[in-house]
Design a protein around this ligand. Structure first.
Ligand SMILES: [Zn+2]
Ligand SMILES: [Zn+2]
Length: 169
């Protein structure tokens, strides 16, 4: 196995991007996505997040976890595809900081599984878990990230427009 993962899975108190201690301030870029938008509230880089930003309130939900997980896919690329569930877990672990990451991880993974099951149809013969492993192995990172954003939009009750996803690379 030629793992290129640079995250120390046990060190949940460190930001995977700047290596900073999450109990203190991170560099602003750490929580902005490929479009330069906050993964919490979608506010553009350079504009202060509103007080209702989930990263400010700490009221994290599935959309925030999944948008942050998309940023982490490359760190969970094992050369044979991405471990999507691990990326989601790391996102939950980092964002939950000192709190319990498991409920967030479980909710986010359940949302992805439900979405994929609907996309592929119940007749495809694969479980939600298998579908998640399948896209991790078979799909390009951009496509996986787009999928995570589609699930995030759905969880927020927003109609997802793939054209707004932007250039992931
Ligand atoms: Zn950071
Ligand atoms: Zn924000």
């Amino acid at each position: 196995m030629t793992a290129t993962t640079t995250i120390d899975q046990d060190d949940s108190s460190r930001c995977p991007f700047c290596g900073g201690d999450l109990s203190g301030p991170c560099t602003p870029q750490c929580f902005y996505d490929h479009n330069g938008e906050c993964v919490g509230c979608r506010t553009r880089l350079g504009v202060p997040c509103p007080p209702v930003c989930p990263l400010e309130t700490g009221e994290l939900g599935v959309p925030v976890i999944l948008r942050f997980a998309a940023k982490l896919l490359d760190l969970h690329n094992l050369g044979l595809g991405c471990d999507v569930a691990e990326a989601v877990f790391t996102a939950a672990q980092v964002l939950a900081d000192e709190r319990e990451p498991y409920p967030l991880h479980t909710a986010a993974v359940a949302a992805v599984k439900a979405y994929l099951t609907r996309q592929y149809g119940p007749g495809c013969g694969l479980s939600g878990r298998e579908l998640m492993q399948h896209i991790g192995l078979m799909a390009q990172v951009e496509v996986i990230a787009l999928t995570l954003y589609a699930v995030a939009a759905e969880a927020e009750g927003i109609k997802f427009n793939a054209a707004d996803f932007g250039d992931f690379r």
